[in-house]
Ligand binder design. Sequence first.
Ligand code: PEP
Ligand code: MG
Length: 608
Amino acid sequence: MFLFKNLFSKPLSVQLTVTSHNGFHLRPVAQFASLAKSFSCQLTATFNNKSVDTKSVNTLLSLSLEKGDTFTLVAQGKKADEALEALQRLFETLMQNDKEIKQREKAVYSYEGSVIEGEIISEGIAIAPTYTYRTTEVQHQSEMDFSTALSKSIEELETLYRNKEEDENAAIYLAQKELLLSLGTDCHTLRELEEKVEEGSKNLIGTKLDAKKSDYQDILQRVKKHLGLEIQVTFPDSPFILLCEDLLPSEIDHLQQTNVTGVVLKETSIHSHTAILLRASGISSLIADTQNLSEGESVILDTHAGVIVQDPSANDLQKAKEHRGKDHVQKVRAAEKRFEPAITQKGRPIKVFANAADPNTAKTAKEEGAEGIGLLRSEFLFKDVKPSLETQQKAYKEIFELFDDITVRTLDVGGDKSLPYIEIPAEENPFLGVRGVRLFQTHPELLEEQLHAIFLAAGDKPIKIMFPMISSVEEFTQTKSFAQNVARKYQLDISHLQFGIMIEVPSVLFLLESFNDVVDFYSIGTNDLTQYLFAIERTHPLLKADELSPALFSAIETILHTATKPVSICGELAANKDAIPQLLNLGMETLSVSPKSIAQTKEEIRDV
Ligand code: PEP
Ligand code: MG
């Protein structure tokens, strides 16, 4: 009976549009397939008359979905509606969070030696002899059979992913795990896996996903390693610039332990996982054709200008050394001075706070020199399962112990951010719908528990509590009264806590005088304020608001002139070096930026 119902239940479908500039590539595809597998219903994706199973990374990738492409996701069977909704939510979040990798602008150069031009992966200057990458394969005796080697490799990738979960590049390991799962499923021998890998990577040739071929080779190598195949790579004992066709993502960790000063790859793209990891490692790297370079030749690799200089003259070398010295001094200076206050040329101290997402990023923020937390995005606690009061209290306490000045934002979901266990009815325009505090109209219990946990964790500390997506004074006063009632219910004194709002909705600009009477502070969320000012969704596939538009600065100016309570800024604009001088000139005193931008933001401030 049950089976009958499932087999013949009507299929449900939804149209999903790829909005990320990078397309629907391996990392988001892996996360999507991983969630799809948790549902027992059939889930297929159809694009250009081709339908594939979404539970397999390899088949889903074969659709080669690029920005602007719309595919149909069809669910049929048990909990098809739930599956569709959860996948749609995840897809939107993945698209929203997938950062665009842009081609870097090249600095102008004037070298006397002959120059090979390339595409910049990661910026810096290296001066050293070249060394061509070479490997030797050694086959050891191995007792392990193919299926154990396969499961060991999957386990290893899972562990790598889990261990690096807070690292923004951790998804690369999840992607490789899912890829190996999808390719390895029906394989019984290494030969079969090799064939699948070959076929899978062949399908990527000529598509935007071409650069992900190295991931196919990487997973194959991992399985082979368990079967006794050792790849030996030796590197020089002195500094060298590595020339290579391509590297496997898993090789970058090892490379960092060597004397490498620069890397030139021939066959990759700025979007590949190898390139992403090279950027994260900070090694100067370029994509260029190096067939005219000979082994051991001393060259300059200038990846600010995107060039390799052959036969550099004495002048070239001096110039490059000076530039390298400046880079070094700048990095070291920024890092060394990260704990020092950021004071402008005119002697104005500016506070640099961090946007934290969990206890780990809060700890990193501390190590990076943050003076406080300007925005704690509390969504991290809520993303998989509903957190208990105790879990929340423990996490907040851990963070609250790190700094004296902390602003915690109450749960901010809806629009682009969803919760797997909360049903927000489908909306025509979710960014104009149930977002931020508006969710608590229907789910007050979520806010009650969160506030209770924050109050308990705060103890005597004057924590600041911030409400997102406030659009009217009443919304704020009602939410604050709700908080006071929660404190009364649990007999907690919260008179030392402050309550403020994110300024993200333009209506607030026209109500500031009334807000001044009720709030304790403001924080400008330029990510959302920009989308609402320009009526351009922040995830829109084709449209993009100008983040440096005078309209936005004029809005910020209005806020700073009208507000009588402290104002900070926590949107992306706060770390934009082209915006910092203007923000400071308008009177901004506190910038809250991502932990990795703290040292540099302080340096930018010192130059104003
Ligand atoms: C903002 O909107 O600028 C902001 C900081 O909040 P989020 O990016 O989390 O929406
Ligand atoms: Mg926002």
